[in-house]
Design a binder for this molecule. Structure first.
Ligand SMILES: [Zn+2]
Length: 65
């Protein structure tokens, strides 16, 4: 697979079955692995790993402020 350099795989199980949702309000990519169910956040500009998060992490934090 040619992914153009961006990491498209799950950092936990290295599966390519990753769902990615850009959260404009939080400026984060919210990722979820279809294989192992892990969820994490990334900075879309740098692809930097922002830590494992629940579904609420970025979404809920932005919504409640
Ligand atoms: Zn995974």
């Amino acid at each position: 697979m040619d992914d153009g350099g961006a990491r498209l795989t799950c950092p936990y199980c290295e599966s390519y079955g990753v769902s990615r949702l850009f959260l404009a309000t939080a400026r984060l990519d919210c990722c979820e692995c279809d294989e192992c169910g892990a969820r994490w956040d990334e900075e879309p500009a740098t692809g930097k790993f922002r830590g494992r998060g629940g579904r609420q992490s970025a979404v809920d934090g932005a919504a409640r402020r």
